[in-house]
Design a binder for this molecule. Structure first.
Ligand code: NZQ
Ligand code: ZN
Length: 383
């Protein structure tokens, strides 16, 4: 097990009716910027609940944050915060709204161009306080200090982490899951699965507790998927799902383990270049990483196959092949296409991505083992 330093200051307020707790957590007299996305909160009652809880508060609203939040939109909100001397931001939405809010909250205190946070040209600034009312379980942005920002003008998408950028609190009411379209449930299931994989399917370095926790999250997703994909999904399934999402990327399964993240970095390029949903990109790339990196990830692939899918028969090579097939089948069973060609994407895009990674000198994965050459093999395997 590696040495580690663990801290997560976000307060989770979980359960039915908890949006009303906003008035207990935010001091009256604070100037609040409420951020949201394209309008789903007006249709599912979340906006009304938030407004009721914040009755009598000084609130400015900023809507229109896109799925894959865009730099050009977010800088407008930074200006609004400065002009109005906003004290705190309340994100009401999915991962994109929460991520966008993290960028706004850090940008307020920065004199230069906050894009520099994303390209490593400037350290991320201390953020003004922000909190969230989450409406889409998937990213765990509600309980971590990471954010991913897109720039459509240049077809780029990058992540940043802010040591002082955790939400102060996040309200998770599982009833928000009732209004999610199947597309977003599929995206979420694959995203959570991939987060868990990125922190689990790496090296075998005696991390028994982390391994069991990660396997527990994967098994929970496999078990819940059919219920979640029904139109009348149950509250209990939604509650377990919401907690699985948060636990997938709030640092709790990362203690002492090696991490990969190559699937995510490759996936971000597919979103930046072709606008694919985040979850969709992961369903394509992950089976490729498993296949091309099978030598380096051998022990964990065998353990994963046995513990999550019960694969015990056959040679080691056969068991690994079967674990990869089971994963691909699972992604397809939740409605994902797992090949680039199914999205009309071909060699041209592979060349662009590999060239970008070569120029950036990116060696990804645990210990930098996923080199640009490997990325090329991974993507070719997924054609
Ligand atoms: O914009 P609105 O109208 O709200 O609609 C959204 C959006 O169209 C809709 N939606 C959200 N809650 C809903 C709902 N529709 C009906 N009922 C509800 N309760 O869903 C659509 C997608 O929302 P979005 O926030 O984009 O989805 P998600 O939470 O999957 O976030 C994706 C973004 O998060 C980043 C991704 O790269 C992507 O940009 N990630 C952030 C991470 C982090 N901060 O740690 C890690 C992840 O790996 C990921 O990269
Ligand atoms: Zn993700």
């Amino acid at each position: 097990m590696n040495n580690f330093d663990f801290r997560n200051p976000t307060e989770l307020i979980f359960g039915k009716g908890q949006i009303a707790m906003l008035s207990k957590r935010i001091e009256k007299g604070k100037k609040i910027l409420m951020t949201y996305g394209g309008g789903s909160i007006f249709k599912n009652g979340v906006y009304d609940q938030v407004k009721k809880a914040l009755d009598g508060y000084d609130v400015i609203e900023f809507g229109g944050i896109e799925a894959n939040p865009d730099y050009d939109t977010l800088v407008k909100a930074i200006a609004i915060c400065r002009e109005n001397k906003v004290d705190m931001i309340l994100a009401v939405g999915g991962g994109s709204v929460v991520d966008g809010t993290k960028f706004i909250a850090a940008g307020v205190n920065f004199n230069g161009d906050p894009w520099d946070f994303l390209i490593g040209k400037a350290p991320v600034c201390k953020a003004i306080p922000f909190a969230s009312v989450l409406t889409l379980p998937a990213t765990a942005s509600e309980m971590n200090n990471g954010a991913v920002i897109s720039r459509r003008a240049t077809k780029e998408k990058y992540a940043f982490h802010n040591p002082d950028g955790f939400p102060v609190f996040s309200i998770l009411d599982p009833t928000v899951v009732f209004s999610l379209p199947k597309r977003q449930i599929s995206n979420g299931i694959v995203d959570i699965y991939a987060h868990t994989f990125e922190q689990y399917l790496t090296t075998s370095i005696h991390t028994k507790v982390m391994d069991r926790w990660a396997e527990g999250l994967l098994q929970t997703l496999v078990e819940l998927a059919p219920e979640l994909l029904k139109d009348d999904r149950s509250y209990d399934a939604c509650a377990d799902y919401m907690l699985t999402a948060t636990m997938g990327l709030n640092g709790f399964i990362a203690m002492g383990v090696d991490e990969d993240w190559s699937t995510h970095m490759i996936g971000h390029e597919l979103t930046a270049l072709h606008g694919l949903d985040h979850g969709v990109t992961l369903a394509i790339v992950f089976p490729g990483v498993m296949s091309v990196m099978r030598k380096e990830k051998r022990c964990k692939l065998l353990q994963y196959g046995e513990r999550v899918w019960g694969i015990k028969e056959g040679s080691e090579d056969e068991r690994i092949e079967s674990a990869i097939r089971k994963t691909d089948d699972f992604f397809r069973s939740v409605g994902m296409k797992t090949r680039l060609s199914e999205h009309g994407i071909g060699q041209e895009t592979i060349d662009v991505i590999v060239n970008r990674f070569r120029e950036r000198k990116w060696n990804l994965g645990e210990g930098g083992i996923v080199t640009p050459d490997k990325v090329e093999q991974i993507l070719k395997e997924r054609l």
